[in-house]
Ligand binder design. Structure first.
Ligand code: NAP
Ligand code: G3H
Length: 471
């Protein structure tokens, strides 16, 4: 069993309190992390503040080199990181390794892009101020609080930490409880990479116990949060800073239009809906299609879903246990509600503790919870609607607006529909997905605030600092 300590000011903290992290597959303790107390958290922010100015004064190229050394350590330890991830979040070993490798690429791209954060140089000539030259550089915001969710504990953590640090911010990082082992491992690697004291701090503990204490700390200049809508809204209300980037939930629709190439696209839909057992913010969480096409599409989806392997993440099964029993119970509640209102379950709806078999539900109607709520599990509802405008309306009636997919051979029609959908991004003829990570990634409505992505994160973690020369 692994025990990892929190990290504050370059020192591992052992305060005698431990938080057990359970393996969702076998319910055994996968490891322990330090459960920090409020006074420890105060210290983390104080040290982050004290270290910030010196760190910002280090040359950009030296900061990049240090981050690159850190990235090389990830490369060296990638199999171990993937194994730890599997043990605490039941993402299968292959997909866990893919997450680590994707993160290595993300770091490389971020470090390259950091060199291109050139200052803006302007003259005032066009607006009656001929004798002024302004130089506006991107400078660090200060102390960044990074909070990551359980489902991408490595990638979504470092997608915040690296752009913040490379631009001269210091970071206090709060990993999700399920994800803390990987989170604390990031702290361990930062010590091996010889990060200067205080620039990177890992605060572990349960969000419901220490979350409000963390987000209300007065030293925070910016918060970058990924997680659920209720916690995101809570942070918006209580945080000590208004400078927030929030990546929240989704209920991404896939609109399958009458001229879709079903053989090609049904696979995209199944991948999109069931990858990591549906525990992706960008998972396809509802299919909206016409009666005409549904009779062909639904059997195709059903046969692919039935061929998904189910079971152990250690044996690389496609569908693995969801994060905990509470989550499985919530998913069951959504399915039961739809069944009680006459939806047809075509496969799945089988539960072994928190292992949820992939479930396809047809004839879902708008009075059913599963039409609107995010299951965060392997469940795909089919909504049959014959009118295109009505399909678009249902796609838009959601409180979420993360992504959507439109499947349609006529590209003009697809673009016209895409333009009417209210979401951060609409994917034509492809599943909804965040990657490639260099693309801007954003949600509208309850799905988020601000933008992530390589360049966008560098921008959001910096501000302009202007110098105006009068001559
Ligand atoms: P969550 O329960 O909201 O937790 C997210 C993070 O917030 C965790 O680190 C959690 O710590 C922490 N937290 C809990 N209470 C807090 C508080 N009062 N103040 C500050 N932080 C607090 O979400 P999750 O279950 O980990 O992730 C699933 C959700 O995230 C889904 O809704 C999914 O759609 C969304 N998500 C969105 C995106 C996106 O990019 N839009 C990406 C991934 C996931 P503890 O674990 O210790 O409670
Ligand atoms: O869960 C939210 C992630 O940002 C989704 O990333 O679309 O690459 O799986 P993904």
């Amino acid at each position: 069993m692994i025990n990892y300590k929190a990290l504050i000011n370059g020192e591992f903290i052992d305060n005698g309190n431990w938080l057990e992290i359970y393996d969702p597959y076998n319910n055994e303790v996968a490891g322990k992390v330090t459960a920090l107390k409020p006074e420890d958290i105060e210290k983390a922010f104080m040290f982050a503040r004290n270290a910030q100015e010196n760190w910002e004064n280090v040359d950009l190229i030296t900061r990049i080199k240090l981050m690159n050394d850190f990235k090389n350590l990830i490369e060296k330890n990638k199999n171990e990181i993937a194994k730890i991830m599997t043990s605490e979040i039941s993402k299968n070993l292959k997909e866990s390794l893919t997450e680590v490798e994707r993160t290595i690429e993300l770091i490389e791209y971020t470090l390259e892009e950091a060199k291109r954060m050139e200052p803006l140089a302007l003259t005032g000539e066009g607006i009656g101020a001929k004798n002024k030259i302004g130089i506006f550089s991107r400078v660090a915001k200060g102390v960044v609080l990074a909070i990551s969710p359980f489902n991408y504990p490595f990638n979504l953590a470092l997608a915040k930490i690296i752009p913040a640090l490379v631009m001269g911010n210091t970071v206090v990082f709060k990993p999700a409880t399920a994800g803390s082992l990987v989170g604390a491992y990031i702290g361990k690697l930062s010590i091996e990479a010889k990060f200067p004291k205080g620039i990177f701090n890992v605060v572990t503990g349960r969000g419901r116990e220490i979350g409000d204490i963390i987000t209300s700390n007065k030293e925070i200049d910016m918060i970058s949060f990924t997680g659920s809508v209720p916690i995101g809204k809570n942070i918006k209300e209580k945080a000590s800073t208004k400078d927030l980037v929030l990546e929240l939930g989704g209920k991404d629709p896939a609109l399958v239009l009458d001229d879709s190439k079903l053989e090609n696209w049904s696979k995209q839909i199944v991948d999109g809906a069931f990858g990591y057992s549906g525990q992706r913010c960008t998972a396809i969480k509802r299919v909206i299609t016409t009666n005409k096409i549904a009779d062909k599409l639904v059997p195709m989806l059903k046969s692919q879903i039935e061929s998904l392997t189910v079971g152990s993440p250690y044996e690389n099964k496609a569908i693995t246990p969801v994060i905990d029993q509470k989550s499985a119970d919530f998913i069951k509640g959504l399915i039961d509600d739809s069944v009680s209102k006459k939806a047809k379950v075509l496969c799945g709806n089988k539960f072994e503790n928190n292992l949820v078999y992939p479930t396809l539900i047809d004839n879902v109607t708008l009075d059913m919870r599963v039409a609107w709520e995010e299951p965060f599990g392997p469940v795909l509802p089919i909504i049959r609607i014959d009118d295109l405008n009505e399909m678009i309306k249902i796609a838009n009636d959601s409180e979420f607006g993360l992504q959507a997919s439109v499947f349609c051979s006529d590209i003009s029609n697809a673009i016209n529909v895409a333009k009417k959908i209210k979401a951060g991004t609409v994917n034509i003829n492809g599943k909804s997905q965040r990657g490639p990570d260099c693309f801007p990634f954003l949600g509208i409505k309850d799905s988020g605030q601000g933008v992530q992505g390589v360049r966008e994160s560098l921008l959001s973690m910096t501000r302009y600092s202007g110098i105006v020369i009068n001559y």
